[in-house]
Design a protein. Sequence first.
Length: 80
Amino acid sequence: MSFDGSIEVYVNDSAKTESLPGSVPVQVKGTQVSTFSVGNRSFPLKLTHYQNYYKSGGALLLVVEINQEGPMFRRLWRCE
């Protein structure tokens, strides 16, 4: 499977089963960099990943840049 987890989506603050219409699959991709990207960032994925996202009705894709100086220096990118 192409997903690292999911986010449950509720229609209100109750967090009850009846207010849970579904969940959003989440995929996290990480890459180590010497300097953080500026502006937009691309990340290569296999066609099978895109096909799984499509079949699942979409997914939240997060790309995390981790600075080689250490894990305390990181930057998160989201797909729009």
